[in-house]
Design a protein around this ligand. Structure first.
Ligand SMILES: *Cc1c(COP(=O)(O)O)cnc(C)c1O
Length: 354
C-alpha cells in the first residue's frame, strides 16, 4: 500500500515560467511580476523590524493589516480576510466551501492554479470555453452545474475585462459561491472592480493580492472581501498564524504609500499601450489588455511558431511565456517590464523576425 494519497501522487507540479539563470542580465517577463521596486517606505519597514516582532507570535486576528485595508478600501473589517498570498486563500476556498467531490467552474483559458488546487482537494474543475475572441460567456458559466464559479477578472492570460454588469448577472444568477479573482484589478479601467456588488450579494468573494501592482510577490500577502459569514468560515479553516509578522508590516506600508503604487501603475499601463502598438507594427495580433501583461500571436512565419519564438528569446536571456494548451498554442503572454526591458525585447523580436 502506498503511503501517498493516490490523488496527490497523480498530481503534476504546477508549471511555472522558466527561471532565468543567476548572474546573467536577463529580462524576466514571464510571471507578471512588477519591474519596479516596492515603495521606499516598504523597504524602510523591512529595515525597522525589531527583535521582539520576530520573537513573538503575531496577532492571530491580523488586526492591524485588516484595519489598514478596511480604511483604505472602505470595507468593513469583518468582511476582510488575509492570507499567505492569494494562493493560500484559493486553497482555503476548496477546504472550506468546495470539499472532496465538489466542483468549481472556471473559464478556459484562465489561471492554471485553480485546476491544480482543485485536484489536490479531490474536487473537480470544469473548464468552460470562452468565445472565439476569448470573451467570457456568462450564460455558459451559469449553466455549468458546478458548486462554485471562479472568474479571474481581468482574466489571465487574456488580459480581458468582463464588465461590471456582466459580473453582476453572474453573481445574481447563481445560488452558490462566486469568486472574482481581481489579482490584476489595479491595472484596469476605473470602475472595473466588483467591489460595489459586495453590498448586495452574500455569495460573492473577491480575491486580491499584493503580488502584482504592489510588487510584493516575495512577501506572499493576499486578501479577500466577502460577506461576514463567508469570512467567519475562512477564519475557522485557516492556520492560526497564516500571515507572518514581516509580510504584514510590508503590506501595511505598501497601502500607506498609495501614491507610489499609483505612479508605477500609470507607468506600466503607458508602457503596455506603447508596447501593443509596436507589436502590431511587427505584425503581431494583440488582445487589448487591462493588466500588466499582453497576450499576442506572432506573425505566421515558416519554421517559427510561438513556442520556438519563446525559445529564441530565452536564448537571448529574455523570458516570456508560452502555454501548451489548445487555445493558446499560437500565442505568447508577455509581462510589461520597464521601458528599457520592452525596448530590448522589441529589438530582439525585430532581429528574430528578420
Ligand atoms: C498571480 C496570481 C495570483 C496569485 O497571487 P499570490 O497572491 O502571489 O498568491 C492569483 N490569481 C491570479 C489570477 C494571479 O495571476
Amino acid at each position: 500500500m502506498s503511503i501517498i494519497m493516490p490523488h496527490i501522487d497523480a498530481l503534476t507540479t504546477y508549471a511555472l515560467g522558466e527561471q532565468p539563470p543567476e548572474g546573467v542580465q536577463s529580462v524576466k517577463l514571464n510571471q507578471n511580476e512588477s519591474p519596479y521596486p516596492p515603495a521606499p517606505s516598504v523597504l524602510q519597514a523591512l529595515r525597522d523590524m525589531n527583535e521582539e516582532e520576530l520573537r513573538r507570535y503575531p496577532d492571530a486576528a491580523c488586526s492591524e493589516l485588516r484595519e489598514t485595508l478596511s480604511a483604505h478600501l472602505k470595507v468593513d473589517k469583518e468582511q476582510l480576510f488575509c492570507g499567505n498570498g492569494s494562493s493560500e486563500i484559493i486553497s482555503l476556498i476548496f477546504k472550506v466551501f468546495i470539499g472532496p467531490g465538489g466542483s468549481i467552474a472556471v473559464t478556459d483559458p484562465t489561471f492554471g492554479l485553480y485546476h491544480t488546487v482543485a485536484a489536490s482537494f479531490q474536487a473537480g474543475c470544469k473548464a468552460i470555453p470562452t468565445r472565439d475572441d476569448f470573451t467570457v460567456d456568462v450564460d455558459v458559466l451559469l449553466a455549468s452545474g458546478a458548486k462554485a464559479i471562479v472568474l479571474v477578472n481581468p482574466n489571465a492570460p487574456t488580459g480581458l475585462l468582463l464588465s461590471s454588469s456582466e459580473v453582476e448577472r453572474l453573481v445574481s444568477g447563481f445560488a452558490g459561491l462566486v469568486v472574482i479573482d481581481e489579482a490584476y484589478i489595479d491595472f484596469a479601467e476605473p470602475g472595473a472592480s466588483s467591489q460595489p456588488l459586495l453590498a448586495k450579494y452574500t455569495n460573492l468573494l473577491i480575491l486580491r493580492t499584493f503580488s502584482k501592482a504592489y510588487a510584493l510577490c516575495g512577501a506572499r500577502v493576499g486578501y479577500c472581501m466577502a460577506d461576514r459569514a463567508l469570512i467567519t468560515a475562512l477564519e475557522k479553516g485557516r492556520d492560526i498564524y497564516n500571515v507572518n509578522s514581516i509580510s504584514r508590516k510590508l503590506a501595511i506600508a505598501a497601502i500607506r504609500d498609495e501614491a507610489y503604487v499609483k505612479d508605477t501603475i500609470v507607468q506600466t499601463n503607458r508602457s503596455r499601450e506603447k508596447f501593443i502598438l509596436s507589436l502590431r507594427e511587427l505584425g503581431f495580433e494583440v488582445l487589448p489588455s487591462q493588466t500588466n501583461f499582453v497576450l499576442c500571436a506572432p506573425p505566421i512565419k515558416e519554421g517559427l511558431d510561438a513556442k520556438q519564438m519563446e525559445k529564441r528569446l530565452a536564448a537571448a536571456h529574455i523570458f516570456v511565456r508560452h502555454f501548451d494548451q489548445p487555445r493558446l498554442r499560437g500565442m505568447l503572454r508577455i509581462s510589461i517590464g520597464t521601458e528599457s526591458d520592452m525596448k530590448r525585447l522589441l529589438a530582439e523580436l525585430v532581429h528574430i523576425l528578420a
